[in-house]
Design a binder for this molecule. Structure first.
Ligand SMILES: [Zn+2]
Length: 98
């Protein structure tokens, strides 16, 4: 399991900024995240798909995911959500951040 420094990006659900990504154990060990990969927000547990320019979009577990990968995602989300938010969501409006 490796942690990679990645371009700063914001979670589309809670707005928290992040600049690190860590692989699930045994999944693509050593690979840096690339377009099409999925990431889980450390703050809210939202599963996101990585797009061009390190823009994230909320996503469901892809149909191609193995049974093991599905279980790992659900376990990680359950742990994050049981812990609760580290930081409150950042609300964006036309007047800027609140
Ligand atoms: Zn989030």
């Amino acid at each position: 399991m490796h942690t990679h420094k990645v371009p700063r990006h914001a979670c589309p659900t809670c707005g928290i900024g992040n600049d690190r990504a860590t692989e699930l154990p045994g999944v693509n060990d050593g690979d840096k995240p690339k377009v099409g990969d999925h990431l889980i927000c450390f703050n809210c547990g939202q599963l996101c798909r990585l797009g061009v320019g390190f823009v994230l979009e909320p996503a469901d577990i892809p149909a191609s995911a193995s049974k093991k990968e599905r279980a790992q995602v659900k376990k990680a989300q359950a742990l994050i959500r049981a812990r609760g938010l580290i930081r409150p969501p950042i609300i964006h409006s036309k007047w800027g951040r609140k």
